[in-house]
Design a protein around this ligand. Structure first.
Ligand SMILES: Nc1ncnc2c1ncn2[C@@H]1O[C@H](COP(=O)(O)OP(=O)(O)OP(=O)(O)O)[C@@H](O)[C@H]1O
Length: 603
């Protein structure tokens, strides 16, 4: 057996690992399918027996007493074949459904243990779709193709037996066509063509990805009046696909495919000359009736050769699908896992401390954070400010372990976050980031996601504290309204308030929030500020501040510039110090005064 074939079998075995105890059902299904196929051959044998009897008694057909018995036998075998095949499919389907369910479950479990930062580079929706698609493909493969493998093998073996048992010469003539067809098929799949197939599949994958990117970018194209040609990647993908599919078609579908197609249907073409060669000796030998019986049998039987070959083709494509599905499943199963300590430490209090923290993103040359140290005492509010790209979001992301530090430690309550039980860490800290997603479910369930055991009253109170009364009032079914459907969409500012209600309900002693109100109108902004106040009251707060007006009252301000904490102090201290913060404050005030004067002129 070639190593490639071995690998494909391993792929199937690897997929079956997910079936657990149900694997036995797959084996049973495969066995039954083989039995069904042998039973399916029995009617052909009966046809031969009927023909032999008819020819033996010709022209006095009334003497053919046994033919009805053979007829019933053929009928019984055909019915039994169908029943056994049905049972085989029941077994393989049960195992396939279980396998697909297990793949989905294990994949989701793996993704739950993956550091959150992983999803920045690998969209979670895409991963889920990939897993879902591969699991669905596995279902078809395990439910049908595997059963058909044994069926096809059984069909081939019984076909060979029947071919040689009556007249090996005519059997060999029928088989010759099959051999040529198989050789053409293997030439089609192997050698240079294997590369053509791989290139074609890659191009197909690439066009899919480029297409998705293109559709996502349509709004930008429209806004900036760009032509579709600005989507060079997509055009390139189309061109690449057309070249690869042309090469694929010419390589695969030329000679070998022509041979394959011709000879799958050509058993008869070899049978007739073979019969003409054998006929004289049959006449001389005095067994012409036997010869005619055999010829008639092979003429009928040759039809199933093309069926058998078609099944082999399906089998090969099923194996390819298995390899493909497994590769996609492995992408999810091989996702990195957040290391979890065996003996976790408990936080003593609600302090957050960065001790000489450095962090470099995978593949980046420069660190996003460079030896940063600061401490936030329980109940304090500390604001992270600084120019764009300074490292504010990165610093905040290290607290929930979106990523782990490259060096130094991030501590919560005196415990290194890497040494804490992730559940304890998550219960200790509430996070409100800019892209807080709301689920396509009711407002009630969206908020309750923070604490599933919370009562309806608690959710309502959290929504009230997050200034969501106006949102609830305008929704047809109040907090039970499904959002994201039938026109019940929330604006960016409204979504942020619902996300704040979620964080308020969580009632964690430490809050990390990204104060982004860029998309909120003035009315929404006031409400968001009030919601922030409810959320942060009495808690340890680390706030990523984009607008300096919100940090004036912070207990401390850390200025991050190019990954370094360049200044630290209160607003008054930092303005007095005359450094980067003072310049940012001056710029901010100037911008604010420009806004006031232009608004004044407009009026
Ligand atoms: N996922 C990522 N992979 C690689 N580099 C990243 C990633 N996210 C951020 N960076 C880089 O890390 C540096 C710090 O980025 P960060 O988002 O923390 O800055 P920021 O101060 O929050 O900026 P802003 O105010 O614009 O949100 C930047 O140079 C940025 O390009």
């Amino acid at each position: 057996m070639s190593s490639k074939q071995g690998k494909k079998q391993n792929d199937v075995a690897a997929l079956l690992q997910y079936a657990g105890g149900y694997r036995k059902l797959t084996w049973l299904g495969m066995g039954l399918s083989g039995v069904a196929m042998v039973l399916g051959m029995a009617p052909y044998l009966c046809i031969w027996l009927v023909m032999r009897e008819l020819i033996a008694v010709a022209p006095d057909w009334t003497q053919a007493a046994g033919i009805s018995r053979y007829g019933w036998l053929a009928f019984a075998a055909a019915v039994a074949g169908i029943v056994v095949y049905f049972a085989a499919l029941m077994c393989t389907h049960l195992a396939a459904f279980r396998t697909a369910a297990n793949i989905r479950k294990q994949g989701m479990a793996r993704l739950m243990k993956t550091p959150l930062g992983f999803f920045d580079a690998n969209a979670s929706g895409l991963l889920r779709n990939r897993l879902d698609g591969a699991a669905a493909e596995t279902e078809t493969l395990l439910a049908h193709n595997l059963a058909d493998i044994t069926g096809t093998i059984a069909m081939f073996v019984s076909m060979l037996v029947l071919m040689f048992v009556f007249d090996w010469r005519m059997g060999a003539a029928c088989l010759l066509a099959a051999v040529i067809s198989l050789a053409a098929m293997s030439a089609m799949m192997g050698g240079k063509n294997a590369k053509l197939i791989a290139d074609y599949q890659k191009a197909q994958d690439y066009i899919g990805k480029a297409g998705t990117e293109y559709v996502r970018g349509i709004p930008v194209v429209k806004i900036f009046q760009q032509t579709v040609y600005s989507f060079r990647a997509f055009r390139q993908a189309i061109e690449d696909y057309s070249t690869k599919s042309e090469k694929f078609s010419c390589g695969i579908c030329s000679k070998p495919q022509a041979l394959n197609l011709t000879f799958t249907e050509a058993a008869f073409a070899f049978l007739v000359p073979a019969a003409l060669l054998i006929a004289p000796s049959a006449l001389e030998g005095g067994n012409f009736a036997g010869f005619i019986t055999n010829f008639a049998f092979y003429a009928v039987f040759s039809a199933i050769i093309s069926t058998a070959l078609a099944r082999i083709m399906f089998m090969a494509s099923g194996m390819m699908q298995a390899t493909n599905a497994l590769a996609r499943i492995n992408q999810v199963m091989d996702a990195p896992v957040l290391p979890v300590t065996a003996s976790p430490r408990k936080p003593k209090d609600n302090t957050v401390e960065f001790k000489d923290v450095s962090f470099t993103y995978d593949g980046a040359e420069l660190p996003a954070l460079n030896h940063v140290s600061f401490r936030v005492n329980p109940g304090e509010t500390v604001a992270l400010v600084g120019p764009s790209g300074g490292g504010k979001t990165t610093a905040a992301s290290l607290i929930p372990r979106f990523w782990d530090v490259t060096s130094g430690t991030v501590e919560v309550g005196g415990a290194d976050v890497r040494e804490m039980d992730p559940h304890v860490l998550m219960n200790q800290v509430a996070f409100v980031f800019q892209n807080n997603r709301l689920f396509k479910t009711s407002i009630l369930e969206n908020v309750r996601a923070a604490r599933p055991e919370a009562s309806r009253e608690e959710v309502t109170a959290a929504l009230k504290a997050a200034q969501c009364d106006d949102i609830i009032a305008k929704l047809p079914q109040g907090i039970d309204t499904l959002i994201g459907t039938e026109g019940t969409y929330l604006s960016g500012g409204e979504q942020q308030r619902v996300a704040l209600a979620r964080a308020i309900l969580k009632d964690a002693p430490i809050v990390v929030l990204d104060e982004a109100t860029a998309f909120a109108d003035p009315e929404n902004e006031v409400l968001i500020q009030k919601a922030f106040a409810s959320l942060t009251k009495g808690r340890t707060v680390i706030m990523i501040a984009h607008r300096l007006s919100t940090v004036v009252n912070a207990d401390r301000i850390i200025v991050l510039d190019a990954g370094q904490a360049v200044e630290s102090g209160t607003h008054v201290e930092l303005v007095k110090a005359g450094g980067l913060y003072a310049r940012m404050w001056a710029d901010y005030n100037q911008a604010a005064s420009w806004r006031i004067s232009t608004e004044g002129e407009a009026m």
